[in-house]
Design a protein around this ligand. Structure first.
Ligand code: GLC
Length: 457
């Protein structure tokens, strides 16, 4: 009797432990291989689209203005993006030089852009009436871009979701009282069902952006791995699409296999991001103007130049850039977004070689003033991005002497001469032996950020 009891105790412990284990094993080199396309792509498009696009004042408008489901309902009833043409979107993304796309299948508001069997709160029940993801996936794949989904863990509409400090109704006592008996298990089942739909009905999904976990703060309820049952979720995801690349917002940072890359948001890291002392894959997601969803009256838009620099700087630190567009409720990219995408594309047309497949330059090459370096380890070419064109026709590169075989401007493949005598300074009265001197044209080449391509020996 005792033995049987003991068996069940041990079995029980084993089962509860194994529920916490991620069933996904791979070696570091297998992981490198899985993430290779993503690492080389370097540049993707984020798309935030949902009912908040009608409000046109931030995708958090429901929370910001403490709207009830009823108050928010008007956007659902008027959702009719008659100009939606994903072929156009895909072309704009491709022209800008983007290699992949991530779209909000469901954002925090809970509205679904696809014909989910598990909810009525979906696009097919709006005046628009059609599944948006189906045509989206097809159009982007046709242009050669990889497709990823963003799926919000938060849900401000679902009746089983336990409201927390980020919920629109958190301050509403009546609502909170009624929500007392909600069952997160049911909500987790809902997420499992929806993720299964997204990962089985739309072909190969290249990446998944699950958003997000937030620990309790000042005694106010938060949400993390236990609430989402994160291990269960990620096991499902990896089982359905073993090659998929998953972000780091499930609150599983310390769990092997719990994430693939870090996601600094609207912020440029000072250097390559590390975890426990090791450099890790990372992707920064950025907006044009501070809001992810379409925001009509927001005017702090970054310039094309700032955006190009952002892309170069990200790659120079070994990361990816996921640049966001918030389409309008008619289904178009607004003019400000189109202008910027085209501007970036104009630069990328001549300079993509300094972005794709590139990463941080080896340590021995010091970054000159007003420059950013990237490096392609396969072709052994180093790229010097000159942010401020020097007035005196010379560029001094410390640590480069004797290591460069040939130099050219990337935009027109015109030679940049290497001046062979070591650099001599009047002030220092000495030769600097490790400094390479390049002879630049006085006039800045007619591109936003000129790049010099160095073929290393
Ligand atoms: C945040 C915001 C959200 C946005 C996301 C993008 O988590 O809640 O609105 O979608 O970041 O990374």
């Amino acid at each position: 009797m005792k033995k049987i009891f003991l068996f069940f105790v041990i079995f029980g412990i084993f089962m509860s432990l194994s529920a916490e284990i991620i069933n996904f094993k791979e070696t570091p080199s297998q992981k490198e291989k899985r993430m290779e396309w993503w690492r080389k792509a370097r540049f993707g498009m984020f798309i935030h689209w949902g009912l908040y696009s009608l409000a046109a004042r931030h995708e958090w408008v429901k929370r910001n203005e403490r709207m009830s489901n009823q108050e928010y309902r008007k956007y659902f009833e008027h959702f009719n993006p008659d100009l939606y043409n994903p072929v156009e979107w895909a072309r704009l993304a491709k022209e800008a030089g983007m290699k992949y796309v991530v779209i909000t299948a469901k954002h925090h508001e809970g509205f679904c852009l696809w014909d989910s069997k598990y909810t009525e709160y979906k696009v097919t029940n709006t005046p628009y009436g059609k599944d948006i993801l189906k045509s989206f996936v097809k159009a982007f794949r046709k242009e050669g871009l990889r497709v990823g989904f963003y799926y919000s863990l938060l849900d401000w509409h679902h009746p089983d979701y336990i409201p927390d400090r980020n919920h629109p109704m958190f301050e509403n006592k009546d609502f909170m009282k009624k929500a007392k008996n909600r069952d997160m298990n049911k909500y987790v089942r809902y997420m499992m069902n929806q993720l299964t739909e997204l990962l089985t009905e739309y072909g190969r999904i290249s990446s998944l952006f699950l958003d997000y976990s937030f620990p309790p703060k000042n005694g106010k309820r938060g949400k993390g791995r236990n609430d989402w049952q994160s291990v269960k979720l990620i096991n499902l995801v990896r089982k359905l699409q073993p090659w998929i690349i998953v972000d780091d917002r499930l609150d599983l940072l310390d769990t092997p296999g719990g994430w693939d890359y870090r996601t600094p948001e609207q912020f440029m890291p000072r250097r390559w991001i590390t975890y426990k002392g090791k450099k890790v894959p990372w992707e920064t997601c950025q907006t044009f103007s501070g809001s992810w969803g379409y925001y009509r009256d927001e005017y702090t838009w970054k310039s094309v130049r700032q955006l190009i620099i952002m892309l170069i700087e990200t790659v120079s630190k070994g990361g990816n850039l996921l640049l966001n567009v918030g389409p309008t409720a008619r289904g178009t990219f607004d003019k400000r977004a189109v202008d910027r995408l085209k501007g970036i594309g104009k630069w990328m047309k001549y300079h993509e070689r300094s972005i794709y497949g590139c990463t941080e330059a080896p340590r021995e090459f010091k970054k000159p003033d007003n420059c950013l370096l990237t490096y392609n380890p396969e072709t052994k070419r180093l790229y010097v991005h000159i942010l401020v064109w020097p007035p005196l026709g010379r560029l001094f590169l410390d640590g480069f002497a004797g290591k460069v075989e040939y130099a050219q401007l990337l935009n027109d493949a015109s030679e940049v001469q290497i001046i062979n005598e070591p650099y001599w300074t009047v002030v220092e009265r000495k030769f600097s032996k490790d400094t390479l001197v390049l002879k630049l044209p006085i006039k800045k080449p007619p591109v936003e950020i000129p790049v010099i391509e160095l073929f290393l020996k």
